[in-house]
Design a protein around this ligand. Structure first.
Ligand SMILES: CC(C)CCOP(=O)(O)OP(=O)(O)O
Ligand SMILES: [Mg+2]
Length: 209
């Protein structure tokens, strides 16, 4: 990697392409999802070596609840979702000690709306004044607390969209899209994303060349 001093401190990852990977091999979709834990573990280990402090992985969105829902006479069955939830339980058991955290049942618009409602009710109750509302106060109301905005967001699987992920936090993050499906997203493709970041010229809307 060139310029190690320009390594991003916070990398967000939209893990995508699990089902396509499985279908291309004639496997059940769960075989694609199974790569979440080992690949994230690998990415966290590589990140530690590179000096990346935080990994935020988009693991399950508020919209993902509608997956493989079919109803029996008793109740809706969420086969794929149940499998993913069990996978996340295993993930948290393995990962509680690292600084990676998972965006689970997360939606950017939902988070912005709940922060807005919380602030509005505090203004109504006289706890804060309108003139107190600024970026810092708003960010404290977000579930993510906007602790550290991602320097880089990577999306695997070929799509080039944010899918309602970290809509406030990604204001000036560098975007990196790769066709590589997440099950194939190992150390080398991850390092290619970091190398691409290191060659960017971030201006944050400010100074010109
Ligand atoms: C829920 C999420 C981690 C799964 C990401 O992969 P995916 O199921 O969207 O896979 P496809 O984009 O290939 O359908
Ligand atoms: Mg997908």
């Amino acid at each position: 990697l060139v310029h190690p001093e320009f390594t991003p401190k916070h990398v967000a990852i939209i893990m995508d392409g699990h089902r396509r990977w499985a279908k291309a091999r004639g496997l059940p979709v769960q075989e694609g999802h199974k790569f979440i834990t080992p690949n994230l573990k690998n990415i966290c280990n590589v990140s530690t070596k590179l000096g990346i402090q935080v990994i935020t992985a988009f693991a399950f969105s508020t919209e993902n609840w509608n997956r493989s829902k079919y109803t029996t006479s008793f109740a809706p069955i969420y086969e794929e979702v149940d499998f993913l939830m069990k996978l996340f339980e295993q993930f948290f058991e393995e990962f509680m000690r690292t600084s990676s955290y998972d965006a689970l049942n997360y939606g950017g618009k939902y988070d912005i709306l709940q922060a807005t409602k919380s602030i509005a009710s505090k203004v109504k109750d006289g706890l804060i004044n309108l003139e107190d509302i600024n970026n810092k106060l708003f960010e404290q109301e977000l579930a993510t607390k906007c602790a550290k905005t991602p320097d880089l967001v990577i999306r695997t699987g070929g799509e080039q969209r944010l899918s309602n992920f970290l809509l406030w936090e990604l204001a000036y993050s560098e975007l990196y899209f790769t066709k590589t499906l997440f099950p194939d997203f190992g150390e080398e493709p991850f390092k290619e994303a970091i190398l691409s970041f290191q060659q960017r010229h971030r201006r944050f809307g400010g100074h010109t060349y």
